[in-house]
Design a protein. Sequence first.
Length: 345
Amino acid sequence: MRHPLLIALAFALWLPLFQGCDKDKGSAGTNANAPEVRLGYFGNVTHAQAVLGVSTGSFEKAIAPSKLSTKVFNAGPSLIEALFAGEIDIGYVGPGPALNAHSKGRGEKIRVIAGAAANGVLIVARKDAGINSIQDLAGKRVATPQMGNTQDISAKHYLLSELKQKDVNNVLPIANTEQATLMSRKEIDAAWAPEPWGSRLIIEGQGKLLAQEKDLWPNKNFSLTLVVTTPQYLAKHPEVIEKILSVHVRLTHWLTAQPQNWATPLDLALKSLTGKPLPAGVVQSSMGYVQFTEEPLEETLVTMSKWAYDLKLTNSPTMAPGLVDTTILRKVQAQQATTQPNTDH
């Protein structure tokens, strides 16, 4: 049973968002040609805008009278499969799968329309695995959420390029929710984990923090979550994209201004998605590692294009043109810059 104080706090935090969405309603035209908007995302802190936008009803309110349907994924490759199959219209996904999709689709099947989060990936070792630094990961069993997802690409790049491994057979695709159990059984030695799953491994006592992935990037900053759609949907339903991004940008600003204010409602929403609560303090810890931003940080895509090519996931070491289209994002940013929303709630 949820504590009444938590419910009251969640309502107090969410109310301004509902009110804000009412102001946007009707500002981008009609949704008459989109009876249903299908959104895909992960139950991660690094997808906080999607998690909160759905749990508060803000996306649904913004796109009314269209109906919102959602699907939760474990990692990016499966979300991209759903996007290509026409099962979702808009998705939150990492740069690795987005690049792979752009390459396989010959530039005709995916568009990045905004960023959502940067950083927020922890490299965690099992406490008794004899791993004291990231250099000790060579030859160890390292879990990533799914083969070909963003963490999988980063982990394999590091092991091959920096630790000079001959192969990456020791990198194992394991769902985020299963990694703590396998670490306790000593079936994995480490995890390259997006939040909140890295913090969970640490707080539950299974793992210790070796590094944040951002420490391995030259500027200590990299894109982790992007908002994507198909070029066909973008052309056919720009009004839907604008309404979704209006909520997305507002939430991004509030998460950036006072992230800890959103820890409790985000914790409750993640519990609803996974069916079980995260250990106390996990979401609060996670919020300190994630940088929320609506910018796609294209330099990350340029770098990861080379990494994905080296792993034979794409057919070119350079990012094909046309992947990023922030036209509607810039429009939304300009609109909201004039309103100066109050973030002190």
